[in-house]
Design a protein around this ligand. Structure first.
Ligand code: GLC
Length: 726
């Protein structure tokens, strides 16, 4: 019988010994590498991998998209699917849906699912999650992000990253930073004040670094203050690596490096890209010609750049290896487990938002109901398209399938409208005859007891898709006209919008119910049907404002200057006043507010108290609130805690979200919610001082069901002298 070979650590050099401290392994490995080997690991060897160091047995690093699940395999060197048959995944709902759950425990299950499937697929770095702030409803990638509020995004991203990395797979937070539009993303220069940068656009990245210890960060394509973000001294060297003590690797977006000297000196560690087979075609961008390849070697050999600069990059990349594929103790991952499917289903269930429900139109009680299901989004595969977050799910249950499963035979379907194939290069007119589709849908609606219209966007080009933005705030493909025609023959029509962005709703007054759904992944159809039938009581809350019209958004207040930019520069003139912060300041009543979401039951808020009346910096405010379910069915309520400052020295938003808590409250039951707010979280960023400032002042804490639905308030004082004030 042959005995297993014992890898006695005494025989292994330190860098190969995963019982040795990582920093010792790093130093040992750096000392053994040649200049060429160091240069090699700082750039791609293929579309989704870097070469490692074959001579020393340091493995390649393999990267994969995307935030919602593990993307299908690609050919070595271009954007072609490799056509494998074992690379389908569990598709989680898009991150906007996760944000809508306001449930950090689900974010943990989400990250665990993605991490286990990535590990099983032998990936070392997952390219996500994305946490760019929702600034304009036209941005093509808002569906990949977590809404307009930095506190919500920060709270949800931390458990995702921790749970993903527990599998020995790195998360790669993106896109750092200020990637808030897709239009001209590869060149647009963002001008934003330092206060908004620190209060709005950076917090989620900071939380992932300081609270979750994220191992990689991806630079964005755009510029900040005239310098590309992927090699931007302020963002990377000063803020990320110095202020936040980030010890991981900074990678480009694909093709987002533009200058060797800047890349070397401004903190870029790995250059990724594509468009070359490395040998013949695309030779101009062959890997040896990458900015961080031959050109970098030249600068070092000429002495213009010290090799120590390169060594810091190498250390960060080796640290990534030792945290991932050179740690033999990491788990082995898994694929398509019941737990993964359950996670996808639960995120979808809790993320769906009931926007409007007049006279309890919903839920529909399954039974002998003739239901007309109309609209392409009832059947369309929505895990494909959208750009790099596309997935090949093993299962993807459509809304129609889910509804038939629960409502049985009385369900009939009409397409109603058609969008054509997803296409990234141009807007494809529908190849279908819109009139005949519309007539058939209206005929079906006229004969039904109830109509369920499934519309929205669909991740086709300019319809929630990477690379460009929406052209309009309106629903595409003639949906608004179709909804009007349907409602004219059958007013008992509920509208289900699937999108990653807000849309205009000109028909809102003529429909009794509206549901905001999302790209719900593998189990979306089941979740939607459960919500529509009442098997699940909806508990989602909007992670962004749905304004009545596009011009109500601050990004669209200043013409091209504020979006998409003039002469290559976009100005965030609104500063910190993004989303509900803007609506509050200008008293612009939204169609549906940030944090809005109805339930099939009713919650009443009772006693609201803080543990003290006065606090000093560094302390924690402890809140308790009683919530009673006075309706007939159990439900889950997310209470949001917003804070206002009485007399700030600088203009502040009317209120800012600083805590939230979600609990299930059974019918007739009263539950006490507990929440904490660190006193230091009440500070604001002072551009003049380049630092955070906490005033001695009175603060009002609002307990709310939505940003426009405040139920209880209380006052507390902050003073540095910590004198208890009666
Ligand atoms: C894309 C995206 C980025 C993605 C990368 C690899 O351009 O911006 O999010 O991870 O390239 O596909």
């Amino acid at each position: 019988m042959c005995m297993p070979v014992a890898y006695a650590s005494a025989q292994l050099p330190v860098y190969l010994d995963d019982s040795a401290p990582i920093e010792e392994r790093v130093e040992d490995a750096v000392g053994r590498m040649t200049l060429d080997e160091k240069i090699a690991i700082c750039h791609a060897q293929s579309k989704f991998s870097t070469p490692g160091c074959p001579r020393l047995g340091i493995p390649e690093l393999w990267f994969s998209d995307g935030p919602h699940g593990v993307r299908m395999e690609f050919t070595w060197d271009d954007w072609l699917h490799a056509g494998w048959t074992n690379d389908s995944c569990t598709a989680l709902p898009a991150l906007t849906c996760l944000a809508s759950t306001f449930n950090p425990a689900l974010a943990e299950r989400y990250g665990k699912t993605v991490g286990e499937e990535a590990r099983f697929r032998k990936k070392d770095v997952m390219l996500g999650p994305g946490v760019n702030i929702y600034r304009t409803p036209l941005s093509g990638r808002n569906f990949e992000y977590m809404g307009e509020d930095p506190f919500l995004a920060s709270t949800m991203v931390v458990p995702y990253v921790k749970a993903l990395q527990a599998n020995g797979v790195a998360a790669c937070l993106k896109h750092f930073a200020l990637n808030n539009q897709e239009k001209d993303r590869d060149k647009v220069n963002v001008e934003v004040d330092e206060r908004a940068l620190n209060e709005i656009y950076l917090p989620a990245f900071k939380a992932a670094v300081e609270e979750a210890g994220v191992w990689t960060i991806m630079g964005s394509y755009n510029k900040y203050k005239g310098t590309f973000c992927s090699h931007n001294d302020t963002l990377i060297n000063q803020i990320l690596k110095k202020q936040w003590s980030f010890d991981g690797a900074m990678i480009t977006d694909w093709g987002s490096a533009h200058d060797t000297r800047e890349a070397a000196l401004n903190g870029l560690d790995i250059e990724m890209g594509s468009w070359t087979n490395g040998l013949t075609w695309g030779v101009s961008s062959a890997y040896d010609n990458y900015y961080m390849a031959g050109p970098l070697k030249q600068l070092i050999k000429s002495g213009e750049i010290d090799e120590k600069v390169l060594d810091d990059k190498v250390r960060r990349i080796l640290r990534l290896n030792f945290r991932t594929n050179m740690d033999r103790r990491r788990p082995f991952g898994s694929m398509h487990t019941p737990e993964h499917v359950a996670a996808a289903l639960d995120v979808a269930r809790e993320g769906i938002v009931l926007l409007k429900n007049e006279k309890a139109f919903l839920p529909l009680t399954p039974g002998n109901l003739k239901i007309a299901v109309i609209g392409e989004n009832a059947v369309k595969k929505l895990s494909i398209g959208g750009g790099s977050s596309e997935l090949k799910p093993r299962i993807e249950m459509s809304a129609l399938q889910g509804i038939k499963e629960i409502f049985g035979d009385g369900v009939e379907f009409a397409l109603g409208y058609a969008s054509g194939e997803p296409n990234y290069s141009m807007e494809m007119p529908s190849p279908y005859d819109a009139d005949s589709l519309s007539r058939a849908a209206v005929d079906l609606a006229a004969k039904a007891d109830v109509v369920l219209f499934f519309g929205g966007l669909n991740k086709n080009y300019t319809q929630d898709c990477e690379g460009d933005d929406r052209r309009t705030y309106d629903l595409p493909f003639g949906q608004n006209e179709l909804i009007e025609r349907i409602v004219a023959v059958n007013p008992r029509t509920a509208v289900v919008i699937t999108s990653g962005n807000a849309v205009a709703m000109p028909w809102l007054g003529r429909v009794p119910a509206v549901v905001q759904s999302w790209y719900l992944g593998s189990m979306g159809g089941r979740a939607l049907a459960e919500v529509l039938s009442g098997a699940v009581n909806p508990s989602g809350k909007l992670p962004f404002t749905i304004a009545r019209k596009l011009e109500d958004y601050p990004a669209h207040q200043g013409g091209d200057r504020t979006y998409p930019g003039v002469d290559g520069t976009v100005h965030y003139d609104e500063g910190i006043f993004v989303g509900y912060r803007w609506a509050d300041k200008h008293k612009t009543k939204p169609q549906f507010a940030f944090g809005h979401g109805l339930s099939y039951t009713k919650f009443e808020y009772g006693n609201f108290a803080s543990d003290r009346k006065a606090y000093a910096p560094g302390e924690t405010i402890r809140l308790s609130l009683e919530v009673k379910n006075v309706g007939a069915v159990d439900g889950a309520e997310t209470v949001q805690f917003y804070v206002s400052q009485a007399k700030p020295k600088l203009p502040r938003p009317v209120k800012e979200l600083k805590a939230f808590a979600k609990r299930t409250v059974r019918s007739g039951e009263t539950v006490t919610y507990d929440a904490e707010i660190p006193v230091d979280a009440l500070a604001y960023y002072d551009d003049g001082l380049h630092s955070w400032v906490l005033d001695d002042d009175t603060f009002i804490i609002h307990a709310a069901a939505a940003s426009d639905d405040i139920r209880r308030t209380l006052k507390i004082k902050v003073n540095n002298k910590n004198i208890a004030i009666k």
